[in-house]
Design a protein around this ligand. Structure first.
Ligand code: BES
Ligand code: ZN
Ligand code: ZN
Length: 533
């Protein structure tokens, strides 16, 4: 039986004690235990191996099993390179207790960083599932080096991200045979850190599900419906506008992009309000193109293959909102998504059309494939007018950004250095890669139109494509704005170290970090100002 994405179906599960993530196919339950590795009765016991040596816990167990572990390791030349595993049966154990030990290679201890640990969590869960175990116990590797709290957090996050699968539409194959349910005990773990990691990972996987849904299922209306179901579930305020409300509100740029599709647009607004008065009001905007054919400036067939991911910015923002509703930071957070589909028809917008945006600025369309920025500027104007103090925006905006930074790194553009730093630091802490690119004012000239106030591209030129898009967006607000171009990292064409091919949920972790730190940041800044630093 299929389970609802993201919701735990287990009656015994209370977030305090047991953490479950149920995606469509594999349900992972993480249990943090105060007890030591050898004290937890699970059929599989996982021991980390660093450069050919056991941890203290590993050594203890080796003694308990008469050096069987180290002997086997030597005999089979197991070196403990990262991700390498060795399954050892324990013949002597009777009744309860482990029946197998899994030696799990972690590489060299010296070079290991926190990302090694996140990847280890992911790899470990995949390996346990592959071996067909339903329950295992594992130590929190590198607790000594990174502290129990951080090590527990990252290992748990990696495990829940790595265990993600997307097999909702498969009717045959091995799905369901292996790893349907997996209970993983983390021995000597820091419980609250594991709980928090589970909330964040579940939100990332929620975003992945949204991106992976095919575009005939996830239309703008369906995206809006899922946002409101989530909002109601988690006590967020929600408002959805339909096509007519969008037109009446004056969102002519969004409306123009959407007018070619039989699937009408939606404007999605979610609000999280903290219990005590908010220290700041932060807006998140996500690009929500449920499919991008390019419109009359049609994309070649190959370029359309991944274009269901063109709502990954929206997925990131909605995923972050999901975690925020549970983690309850003391900042007010507003999420805005202008959802539309970029299609061709007799009513579709064309090259040379002039659209009047919500801001009143007119835009000449030079390329219907530069549709994201059109939908986004109406959302940004709206967020600004509603009183956002700072805006962070996520979009799969340009192929040019992928050319510049590749598939692993998002481009970061900002009109405000302090806000840029906050977002950049949050991304660093979250383990998501972003890199700043310049907003060169001199290039803005190329976006001036002879007919309207602006044009949506700089014509035939292909130079500085990602920068031009960012400059266009920044014309619509004077508030601190960070634009993250996630066209590269939003979608993985091959399996990667933290999950399978498909939507990656990129951005969720950064946004959650950002918002959780936002309050502390503003206090710290206030103090700095007081003491005149
Ligand atoms: N959705 C695309 C950008 C994109 C490309 C996302 C690759 C993910 C992977 C966007 O709407 C687009 O088509 N941008 C154009 C802009 C151009 C016409 C100025 C592009 O990048 O080619
Ligand atoms: Zn496009
Ligand atoms: Zn697009």
């Amino acid at each position: 039986m299929r389970k609802q994405a993201g919701s735990c179906q287990q009656t015994h599960c209370s977030l305090r004690l047991c953490l479950c993530y149920s995606s469509h196919d594999m349900e992972i339950t993480l249990k943090s235990a105060r007890r030591y590795l050898g004290e937890i009765p699970a059929p599989l016991l996982v021991i980390g191996v660093w450069g050919g040596a056991f941890s203290d816990e590993g050594n203890k167990l080796d003694v308990r099993y008469n050096q069987a572990l180290s002997r086997t390791m030597r005999e089979l030349y197991f070196k403990g390179e990262f991700g390498q595993t060795l399954l050892i049966p324990l013949r002597s154990s009777k009744g309860e207790g482990p029946r197998f030990v899994l030696l799990f290679g972690l590489g060299k201890k010296r070079g290991a960083d926190i990302e090694t640990l996140r990847k280890a969590g992911a790899r470990l869960v995949q390996e346990i599932a592959r071996l067909g175990f339903k329950e295992a116990v594992c130590e929190v590797f590198l607790s000594g080096k990174f502290g129990k709290k951080q090590a527990s957090y990252v290992l748990a996050e990696g495990a829940l991200l790595g265990g993600y699968t997307w097999e909702k539409y498969k009717t045959t194959g091995p799905a369901g045979k292996r790893g349907e349910k997996l209970r993983l005990w983390l021995a000597r773990a820091w419980g609250p850190a594991v709980e928090q990691a589970a909330i964040v990972a579940e939100a990332v996987n929620f975003a992945r599900d949204l991106v992976n849904e095919p575009p005939n299922v996830l239309t703008p209306a369906e995206l809006a419906r899922r946002a409101s179901v989530m909002a109601r579930e988690l006590g967020l305020e929600v408002e959805i506008w339909d096509e007519e409300q969008i037109r009446q509100a004056g969102m002519g740029a969004l409306y123009g992009v959407a007018q070619g599709s039989a699937n009408p647009p939606r404007f999605i607004q979610l609000t999280y309000k903290p219990q005590n008065p908010a220290s700041r009001v932060i807006a998140m905007v996500g690009k929500g193109l449920t499919f991008d054919t390019g419109g009359y400036s049609l994309k070649p067939a190959e370029a359309q293959i991944t274009m269901k991911c063109d709502m990954a910015g929206a997925a990131g923002v909605l995923g972050a909102m999901r975690a925020i509703a549970r983690l309850k930071p003391s900042v007010e957070v507003r999420a805005y998504v202008a959802a539309a589909e970029n299609m061709i028809s007799g009513s579709a917008y064309r090259v040379s059309d002039v659209l009047t945006s919500l801001s009143g600025k007119t835009i000449e369309v030079l390329n219907t494939d530069a549709e994201g920025r059109l939908t986004l500027v109406d959302a940004i104007t709206y967020a600004d007018r509603q009183g956002a103090e700072a805006i962070v925006e996520l979009s799969t905006l340009t192929g040019a950004c992928v050319v510049a930074l590749g598939e692993k790194i998002a481009g970061l553009f900002a009109n405000d250095a302090r806000w840029a730093r906050e977002v950049q630091e949050a991304a660093e802490r979250a383990g998501e890669k972003v890199w700043p690119l310049p907003m060169e004012k001199e290039y803005l000239e190329a976006l001036k139109s002879n007919t309207a106030d602006l044009k949506n591209t700089h014509g035939r030129s292909r130079s500085a494509g990602a920068i031009m898009a960012a400059l266009f967006l920044a014309e619509f607000t004077r508030k601190p704005l960070v634009h993250l171009d996630i066209a590269g990292p939003a979608y993985a064409e091959k399996p990667h170290s933290l999950g399978p091919a498909g939507g990656t949920g990129f951005g969720v972790r950064t946004l959650v970090e950002l918002l959780q730190a936002a309050e502390k940041k503003s206090c710290a800044e206030a103090v700095k100002e007081l003491v005149g630093v």
